[in-house]
Design a protein around this ligand. Structure first.
Ligand code: EPU
Length: 422
């Protein structure tokens, strides 16, 4: 297992290019199961999670090849319909092959995802939605077995206790594109990654109205076609580098980004005193610190709010700002394991149900810490960049799931970070 060794204190300066969005790539790759024609998906980031998804597709009878960021898929054997635990246990997004498989192959056996370090991750809404489309489902021996001769359009509400669901919307939307008749989905997630999936499906020949709103109307079609498509840039990777600029009081420009996907994060950084400039046409955002930053409150919410996937990184930043800040996660109220690791680095954080109070100001000091999940890991790297002395971050495999060449991109901006054997 690898670790990162970080010498804190360097101010990050320069430009960094953002990769394609992991969370758009994963369901879009799953959607290629729904056609017997060739698909080419461009902008697929070279990450552990996308590699796992390509393995899942191969295990389901797809021929898959990759040239740089372009992935080519083609169906060779449609008899396979089991997505195994060995692959899906490492990546929850694999669960969104369920909708495509049952819609096109009429049956599926897909490993149930387990819990994870960001809290309980139920799939009740996915299962409810597929049942409403007429699939018969049995959960046994850790797998969901689903069958349907042909799915039938239905009207349904896709929200839950925490609001909309990203992968739940993806699963049901994909299934509905091949159902007989009209499906109306209310309360759907509108994250840019879900919109990107919907646009990909439209390129495959799906009929979807209402993309970008909480109500999708889908007119089912008999078959979907192959297509060529470029996925959106990763807004969380971009946001993470902007916070890296802020936490090191540096000056960083992120390239290949869509500023309109980061409005709430940019607003939050501006309110803290960070100078933010953006150009939608040039797909750039520059963040630099020219004055003392001020504390503030983070509310992680479904899109267009601050993403839960930025909550940990923003908490790291708030630890370095004098005064009292609070952090609330309305999407994953238990996603606070990183707070304990920040405390090991000298942060003052009090945690209570679904929120944390940060008394920022005391300098962070480098320590041995662990990444409990992908975003917690990124946040600990940021904290290490701002801390005095050496931070050793273990369980770096979490970061390899979601950030392309993270340490070399940071090093190119002046960070003193190295990968080493743990
Ligand atoms: N929920 C339910 N029932 C369900 C599904 C979800 O109650 O059937 C609840 C969840 O427990 C949570 C809330 O709904 O409280 C939202 O969860 P959601 O389903 O939207 O999460 P997800 O689709 O499993 C995706 C991303 C996550 C990101 C969340 C929230 C992918 C592959 N994953 O997960 O990304 O945090 O949406 O935006 O798209 C990451 O990239 O590090 C990551 C964890």
């Amino acid at each position: 297992m690898d670790k990162y060794v970080i010498q804190g204190g360097a101010r990050l300066v320069g430009r960094v290019r953002i990769a394609g969005a992991k969370n758009a790539a994963l369901p879009i790759l799953a959607a290629t199961l729904m056609t017997d024609q060739e698909c080419v998906v461009e902008g697929v980031p070279e990450l552990q999670d996308t590699a796992t998804m390509l393995e899942v597709l191969r295990s389901l009878g797809m021929e898959v090849s990759r040239e740089g960021s372009a992935v080519r898929t083609r169906l060779v054997n449609e008899d396979l319909s089991t997505a195994h635990y060995d692959l899906l246990s490492t990546m929850r997004a694999g669960f969104c092959v369920l909708g495509p498989l049952v819609a096109r192959r009429k049956r599926a056996r897909v490993s149930m995802p387990g819990g994870c370090n960001i809290g309980p991750r139920p799939v009740d809404i996915h299962l409810r939605g597929l049942t409403r489309l007429g699939a018969s489902l049995v959960v046994e021996h850790g797998y969901v077995a689903a069958e349907a001769d042909r799915l039938v359009g239905a009207e349904m509400f896709l929200g839950g206790a925490q609001g909309s669901t990203v992968l739940g919307t993806a699963n049901i939307l994909m299934a509905a594109t091949l159902a007989r008749g009209t499906t109306v989905l209310e309360g759907v997630a509108i994250e840019p990654e879900v919109q990107d999936l919907a646009r990909f499906l439209v390129c495959m020949g799906a009929h979807i109205d209402g993309i970008g709103t909480h109500r999708l109307e889908v007119e089912g079609v008999e078959a979907l076609e192959g297509t060529r498509y470029r996925i959106i840039p990763d807004r969380i990777e971009a946001g993470t580098f902007l916070v890296a600029a802020a936490i090191t009081r540096g000056d960083v420009e992120v390239e290949n980004t869509q500023p309109e996907h980061l409005t709430a994060v940019l607003e939050f950084l501006r309110e803290r005193g960070v100078t933010v400039e953006k150009s939608r046409a040039e797909m750039k955002i520059r963040a630099r610190v020219e004055r003392e930053l001020v504390p503030g409150d983070v509310f992680a919410l479904p899109y267009p709010g601050i993403p839960t996937d930025m909550q940990a990184q923003l908490m790291a930043l708030l630890c370095t700002i004098e005064g009292t800040s609070t952090v609330h996660d309305k999407v994953f109220p238990d996603r606070f394991i990183h707070a304990g690791e920040f405390i090991r680095m000298g942060a003052r954080i009090a945690k209570e149900n679904g929120s944390a109070t940060v008394q920022g100001g005391p300098p962070l000091s480098g320590a041995q810490v662990q990444a409990s999940d992908l975003r917690a890991g990124a946040a600990l790297v940021l904290a290490g960049l701002a801390a005095s002395g050496t931070t050793e971050l273990s369980r770096v495999y979490h970061l390899d799931r979601g950030y392309v060449r993270f340490e070399s991109k940071l090093a190119a901006l002046g960070a003193r970070i190295q990968r080493a054997r743990a």
